[in-house]
Write a protein that binds this ligand. Structure first.
Ligand code: FAD
Length: 500
């Protein structure tokens, strides 16, 4: 190993010179973004080191996608078995459903352990050097790692450095968390207890997914949304149908236009609600627990970005489409040589597969294969029952583009209630909205709610990636009977609209 040790006491002093370019690439952060960058680099012959201060796998594996989807899988089964009306439609009459909270929590924890171990082994097998500790920059091409446990600091040098330090939950001012009665998704994924009445602050995808879990397991939910409608980040038409099924039809009391000004942990937890516009007090709630799901903030403040002349905006690192770090978010800002950033810390579509895609793009560019990320073709999904998904432009952005570029925007809707597979499943609630150019037929985006919407979105994402036209897509044969025919119907309607 080529590194120069220094003691913690010497941390404030100038860092000793590192051996020349010990690695081709050092990645700081072993989340999904860092993992993909490190593995892709090592697979292509680069000498790669990855630095991780907490658990290998980052948010997605330990505190995000993986455990939350395990909880959703288990609680989804409970919901299905407890839905007597749905089962009766098939002539099935099940016994009252029983579940063990701890076993559901164990399922999630075991899955996390398995995926974390697989991911670590995959890096080791690829020949990546894993450095356990907290990394920071020390000028261009140099990374200091404060080793976990010993606190010893070592300096490593690399031709290129990739920052992949991810994000943490955002807790707004006025809200105190204790990790037990008031908590974020970091603790919620442990499912340590099931509060009789829980308030979820925020109606984004994390709030919706946990509302799905909690209501399936018998908890009463109050959902607080500061903006004037629930699910403000989703397509308005999709929101209408999704909110009807995921919120109104369940034991959820959704309040919009109100702000949780203060939240005080305890038994009960006290929530002071004020009107979002006037800031006048509205009500004080006393509930058993609160999940704060109000977004995420980048992890960048301890990176010593000043040593490489990088200015962040709200902590997010400025990057271009090749994942090179820029000196600032200002237009025309210069590229910072030998520095790259990927994943949530860049603030672009904060999803695991975005982070991974950015990691691969960074490495391809480091390898000399110029490549740019295409955010428009990256899908997003919310794993509620049923699911919500989207890809490409929102309808508002598509309208703006149409006005700028002088084309007519086409919109068609395709319904699950007309789909044989959905009818067979007695799951006919669903809608797909397809956005396309009426002149060329190019698909600009799609928004879905319905059974397996998270899987269905992929074929539209692929079409967006290839900038395909509905003229061509309408000829693609879909398996019958499958939910994918919902997409086929939309393509065919759109093709008619463009005169194909
Ligand atoms: C509850 C929840 C559910 C989610 N579900 C989904 C989903 O279904 N699908 C999806 O695509 N996305 C999902 N996400 C989002 C997804 O988890 C993130 O987008 C993804 O983890 C981002 O990856 P990343 O590599 O950028 O950062 P992270 O996964 O946050 O990893 C960053 C890593 O860097 C480490 N680190 C930070 N600073 C340092 C340092 N100085 N030195 C060394 N190491 C450092 C951290 O410890 C961490 O391990 C979910 C998130 C949450 C919270």
């Amino acid at each position: 190993m080529t590194a120069t040790p220094s003691t913690p006491a010497a941390a404030a002093a100038p860092v000793a010179a590192a051996n020349d370019l010990a690695f081709d690439v050092i990645v700081i952060g072993a989340g999904y973004g860092g993992f993909d960058a490190a593995k892709h680099g090592a697979d292509h012959g680069l000498r790669v080191a990855i630095v991780e201060s907490r658990d290998m796998g980052g948010t997605c594996v330990n505190r995000g996608c993986v455990p939350s989807k395990a909880l959703l899988a288990a609680s989804g089964r409970v919901r299905e078995l407890a839905d007597a009306d749905h089962l009766a439609g098939f002539g099935i009459h099940a016994a009252p459903v029983r579940f063990e909270r701890q076993k559901i929590a164990d399922h999630a924890a075991q899955l996390v352990a398995t995926i974390r171990a697989n991911l670590t082994k995959a890096l080791e097998r690829a020949g990546v050097t894993i450095l356990r500790g907290k990394g920071r920059l020390e000028g261009p091409q140099r990374v200091v790692v404060r080793e976990s446990g010993s606190g010893i600091e070592r300096v490593y040098s690399a031709r290129e450095v990739i920052v992949a330090t991810g994000s943490d939950p955002f807790v707004p001012p006025g809200i105190s968390t204790d990790g037990r009665t008031v908590f974020t998704s970091d603790e919620a994924i442990n499912l340590e207890w099931l509060p009789r009445w829980i308030t979820i602050i925020g109606s984004g995808y994390i709030g919706l997914e946990f509302a799905d879990v909690y209501t399936a397991l018998g908890c009463e939910v109050t959902m607080i949304e500061a903006l004037d409608r629930v699910m403000p980040t989703f397509d308005p038409d999709i929101t209408k149908i999704a909110a009807r099924h995921l919120i109104d039809a369940r034991d959820i009391d959704a309040r919009t236009g109100v702000l949780a000004k203060t939240i005080t942990p305890g038994c009960p937890v006290r929530i002071e609600l004020v009107d979002m516009a006037t800031k006048e007090p509205v009500e004080t709630l006393e509930v058993d627990a609160v999940l704060v799901a109000t977004g995420r903030v980048p992890v960048s403040k301890d990176l010593n970005l000043a040593s490489v002349g990088v200015e962040t905006s709200r902590g997010f690192l400025p990057v271009d489409e090749t994942m090179r770090v820029l000196a600032s978010h200002e237009a025309g800002a210069a590229v910072v040589p030998h520095l790259w950033a990927v994943g949530d810390v860049t603030g672009k579509m904060m999803l695991a597969h975005t982070a991974a895609a950015q990691g691969a793009v960074a490495i391809d560019n480091i390898l000399g294969h110029e490549r740019r990320i295409d955010y428009r073709s990256i899908p997003a999904a919310t794993f509620t029952h049923p699911e919500i998904s989207s890809v490409g432009l929102s309808e508002a952005d598509a309208k703006t583009l149409a006005a700028q570029e002088g084309f007519e925007l086409g919109t068609v809707r395709s319904y699950f209630k007309a789909n044989s597979k959905a009818l067979a499943e007695l799951e006919t609630e669903g809608l797909m909205k397809l956005l396309f150019r009426k002149d060329t037929g190019e698909v600009l985006g799609a928004h879905l709610f319905g059974l397996h919407a998270a899987d269905l979105i992929q074929e539209i994402a692929n079409a967006v990636a290839r900038r395909q036209s509905v003229r061509q897509l309408a000829h693609e044969v879909h398996t019958h009977p499958t939910l994918s025919e919902v997409v086929e119907v939309a393509y065919k309607q759109a093709a008619l609209a463009v005169g194909a």
